[in-house]
Structure formats: structure tokens, C-alpha cells
Design a protein around this ligand. Structure first.
Ligand code: HEM
Length: 505
């Protein structure tokens, strides 16, 4: 935070504390995105929020302003110091925290490994994971009468971890089969522990005192454990690739995983060279960015579908066209409109990354779609953002905002995706007008990977099983703090979502 003397002073909610501003409220509110939405309605689509020690943060819900900010992420709006330290601490220095030329080079090296051709090949990995889960559930259902209570979030975790392990770096965690490892232990512990008051306080104060982020809190220790066990896997893979390279087995390097392709590209283009530390960091980034986001999205999909048997049936009818076969990647992409709509609707309502913060590294002028009235009463169509100002891109707020998506914005309605989007949200440029995958030069690299996995796994599960809540469709869902927020059935200890699962007759 800075005092932002040259930043245009905007209207916004009043401070609640001289020290924390509204920070505590932002941490403690049950759904801060809903507060952002009402503040935008009250103060205008661009407003200021009081932060630590009187500093102001600018909140953008204006389409033109957001497009401008996303597109200037390399030149002006970079991750904050706190974010960079935190990411480096848990992931290592990979593409997620690199900036400027470093980011450009790492991104260039990684991009071909996420091409359509690469994802088309990896789709088999996603189906494999889903079918393994199906067989295990089939067995469980056989030994029961005709249904069983299954905690689905755990299974989505297993599916997502095994998928990213194999597709990302040729490592089979065998989590679906129940194998434990240091990685799964660390992830599981994170799911049980709520973040403590201390953790929250550290986060709130960390913009002033970044060293706090290195304090050995319980949660930080979990992250470190995770990272050190990932390092072991990464080093093993690198050693294997190195020896294959020396033995001249280039075919092995060419196939399979994202990191495999990355290594191959590296061999062919010296300019893209990455240090071993960077390659290990990329693996950590893939695992953490690719695991939680997809497992949480899949869990939300099962939750929304368990609440709406008619949507579940519709999806099942659409999949029936394939006569029990798994749709190909091309079919997943373009021949299953209701599956596509369901996935988009989940990503709209439940974006795993709810908000991104950036810091301006130079003064900037931001254009607005809608003129706003400043604190001094002037009507303006651009605002000045001074160097050092923190801005927010509030993804969840915008995705659920009634002014952009209409009065039914908070409802799960896949139908809104059939045909063209005509609501004001069409002004946003991200993937299908959603900011869920970010936008601009730092847009999610794993988007096609995530969409293919999401659709492949969901199609196998819905084709074969019926999902219901034991206590009916009105079952209350709460949020649990993970690396990203996770759903849990109210009253459960930890991020658990037990469902009644039956085989499709
Ligand atoms: C539903 C699933 C996913 C969602 C919603 C999602 C969302 C995002 C978002 C919002 C960012 C920007 C974060 C920021 O800059 O602050 C991001 C970045 C990134 N994501 Fe994803 N992600 C998903 C899945 C994946 C998967 C499966 C992978 C890899 C296999 C992946 C790899 C990455 C990488 C490498 C970046 C960093 C890009 C950069 O900084 O240049 N993501 N993702």
C-alpha cells in the first residue's frame, strides 16, 4: 500500500480501523465479493478501499479499465511484493512469479507444451484417471445394496492429482488407488486445518513487513513440506531425462508430459534455456496451479448438479449420443454444448481464484467504459493510478454481478451459455467473457488443459453415476480456506462433500 497522493481520489466504503482500514473485514466477510458488488453499485464501478495505515487500494469492475490493466501487466501492473515472496516460498521461482523479460522467456518456453495438439494427446490421461475412479466406485456399489455415500471432494482430489502428475511430469502418484506420499499428506493436512488467526494477521501485515511471510506458522510449515517433497520428485524426473538425453533416447523426451515437451524445446532452442531450479519451480507451479483449481471445479460441478437432477439428466442425455464411448478431445471441445455450458457456468459461479491484486510500477492513466464521479465531485472518463498503488481485479464479484450477468447472476443456469452472450458481461474479453482464467500476457497457461480435464472427467462420472445429497437438494454449502477456497457441506469437519452415489440404470 502507498498513500497514493497522485492517484485520483475515488468514492468508496468508509474505513473501520485506523490500522487495518477494511482489511480485517475483507478477510472475515463470509463472501467479500458480494460486498464488492454492493460497493460498486453504491460508489461506482471503480472505487477505493481503505487498506493498511490509510493506504488506498483501487477496485476495478469496469470492463475497459480491466482490459487495459490486464494488457499492461508486463509493463505496469505486476504482482505485489507479498505475492512474489509467498509464491517463491511455496512454489520456487517459476513462471507464476517471474516478471518482465524473465516471465516472457519462461512463458515462451512453456507455451508449446500447452498447444491443442499437446492437450489432444493428454486427454487420454484424463480419461484414464476417470475410469480408474469409476472402477473403484463400481466395486463399492456392488458390495452395497444399490447406492453408497461417497465423499466426492476427496475423489476429485485424487483424480486431479494423478492427472496432473502424469500429464504434467510423468509421475504417477497412484492417489486414486489410495497410495500415500509426502505430497498427498501435505495436501490432506492443509484441507483439515483452518487458517489460524495468526496466519490471517500475518497476511494482513505482510505488505508492510514481508519477512513475516517466512515465519514458521503451522500452515507455512505445511507448504515447506509440500515443496520439499515436490523437489524430490522433480529432481528424479530431471535425472531420468538427463540420462535419457545422454543415452540419445530423444523419443522418450518427445512424448508424454508438459515438462517432457519443455525439456525437448529447451534442447532445440538455447535461448529458452532454463536453470534446473527454474524447471523444478515450473513443476511445482504446474502441480499447485493445476491440481487444486481443477479438483475444486469438479467438486463444484458435482455439487450444483446434485442440487439439480434435471440438469444432470440433460447432461446424461447429451452424452448418450456417444453410445457409451468417450468423446474425443475435438468432440469435447465442440460437440457437447450442454457439457460446455455446464463447465462455463461452474467456472463463472465458482472461480477458484477469486481476486487478483497487482501493484503499479509506474504512473498510469486508466480509461473507463462508464464515467465516474470522483471524491471531489468531478465526472471523469479516465483515472490516474500512481506508481506504488495496489489495484484489484475482483473476478468472483464480476462473474456474479447482477449488473453484468442480469438479475439471475447468482443462480446456476447453464442455459445462459446456449447462443450468444448479450448481457453487459460481453464487454469482458477473458475466456468466453469470464475473468476466471485471467486475461492478457499472464492469462492462465493451463486453460485448455483444465477445460479438457474438467470435461473428460465430468463426462465419465455423469454418464455412469447419479449424484444426490443425502439430505436433499437444499443441503447448505460453506467455504473452507485451502490454497484456494474449497466447498464443504455445512457442519463437516474439513473440506468434505459426502454424496449419495448410484449407478445409472
Ligand atoms: C479451472 C482451472 C483453472 C483456473 C480457474 C485457473 C486460473 C488461473 C488464473 C486466474 C491465473 C492467473 C493468476 C495470477 O496471475 O495471479 C492462472 C495462471 C496460471 N495457471 Fe491456471 N487455472 C486453472 C488450471 C490450470 C492448470 C490445469 C494449469 C496447468 C496444468 C494451470 C497453469 C497456470 C500457470 C502456469 C499460470 C501462470 C501464468 C503466468 O503467470 O504467465 N492452470 N490460472
Amino acid at each position: 500500500y502507498t498513500r497514493g497522493s497522485a492517484t485520483t481520489r475515488l468514492n468508496g466504503p468508509p474505513s473501520k480501523s485506523r490500522i487495518f482500514g477494511l482489511l480485517r473485514h475483507r478477510f472475515d466477510a463470509p463472501d467479500i465479493s458480494a460486498d464488492y458488488e454492493s460497493w460498486a453499485a453504491l460508489y461506482g464501478p471503480v472505487f477505493e478501499i481503505p487498506g493498511l495505515l490509510g493506504a488506498k487500494q483501487i477496485m476495478f469492475t469496469d470492463p475497459k479499465a480491466l482490459t487495459h490493466c490486464y494488457n499492461s501487466e508486463r509493463a505496469v501492473y505486476v504482482k505485489t511484493n507479498v505475492q512474489r515472496i509467498f509464491i517463491d516460498e511455496i512454489f520456487g521461482r517459476g513462471v507464476l512469479s517471474a516478471e518482465g523479460e524473465d516471465h516472457k522467456r519462461q512463458r515462451k518456453a512453456l507455451t508449446p507444451a500447452f498447444s491443442n495438439a499437446a492437450i489432444r494427446r493428454l486427454t487420454a490421461v484424463f480419461y484414464d484417471s476417470a475410469h480408474k475412479v469409476k472402477s473403484i466406485w463400481d466395486e463399492r456399489l456392488e458390495s452395497k445394496a444399490d447406492d453408497a455415500i461417497i465423499e466426492v471432494q476427496e475423489w476429485m482430489n485424487r483424480t486431479a492429482l494423478d492427472s496432473i502428475g502424469i500429464a504434467g511430469f510423468s509421475h504417477d502418484f497412484r492417489y486414486i488407488e489410495g497410495q500415500k506420499s509426502a505430497v498427498t499428506t501435505a495436501f490432506e493436512a492443509m484441507q483439515l486445518s483452518e487458517s489460524s488467526i495468526l496466519t490471517k494477521l500475518i497476511f494482513m501485515l505482510s505488505s508492510l513487513f514481508p519477512f513475516l511471510l517466512r515465519l514458521p506458522t503451522q500452515r507455512m510449515r505445511l507448504f515447506w513440506d509440500l515443496r520439499s517433497s515436490l523437489n524430490v520428485i522433480a529432481q528424479r524426473l530431471l535425472a531420468r531425462m538427463q540420462s535419457e538425453k545422454e543415452a540419445g533416447v530423444t523419443e522418450e523426451l518427445a512424448d508424454k508430459s508438459i515438462i517432457g515437451l519443455l525439456m525437448k524445446a529447451e534442447l532445440a532452442d538455447a535461448e529458452l534455456h532454463m536453470s534446473q531450479e527454474e524447471v523444478v519451480a515450473q513443476m511445482n507451479v504446474l502441480l499447485l496451479a493445476g491440481y487444486e483449481t481443477t479438483s475444486v471445479s469438479l467438486t463444484w460441478a458435482l455439487i450444483e448438479l446434485a442440487k439439480r437432477p434435471e440438469a444432470q439428466d440433460k447432461l446424461r442425455d447429451e452424452l448418450a449420443r456417444f453410445n457409451g464411448a468417450d468423446p474425443t478431445w475435438d468432440q469435447l471441445v465442440s460437440e457437447l454444448p450442454y457439457l460446455d455450458a455446464t463447465v462455463l457456468e461452474i467456472l463463472r459461479l465458482h472461480p477458484p481464484v477469486t481476486e487478483t491484486l497487482r501493484e503499479a510500477i509506474q504512473d498510469d492513466v486508466v480509461p473507463l467504459s462508464t464515467p465516474i464521479v470522483t471524491r471531489s465531485g468531478e465526472t471523469v472518463s479516465t483515472i490516474t493510478v500512481a506508481k506504488g498503488t495496489i489495484i484489484s481485479e475482483p473476478i468472483r464479484c464480476i462473474n456474479r454481478s447482477e449488473s453484468f450477468w442480469g438479475p439471475d447472476a447468482k443462480e446456476f443456469k447453464p442455459e445462459r451459455w446456449i447462443g450468444d452472450i448479450t448481457v453487459p458481461a460481453k464487454e469482458f474479453l477473458g475466456h468466453r467473457h469470464l475473468l476466471t482464467f485471467h486475461d492478457g500476457p499472464r492469462t492462465c497457461l493451463g486453460k485448455s488443459f483444465a477445460l479438457a480435464e474438467f470435461k473428460a472427467v465430468l463426462s465419465v462420472l455423469i454418464r455412469n453415476f447419479v449424484f444426490e445429497f443425502p439430505d436433499g437438494p437444499e443441503t447448505k454449502i460453506d467455504l473452507h480456506d485451502g490454497i484456494v477456497p474449497r466447498p464443504k457441506v455445512a457442519g463437516q469437519n474439513g473440506a468434505k462433500v459426502p454424496m449419495t452415489v448410484r449407478r445409472v440404470e
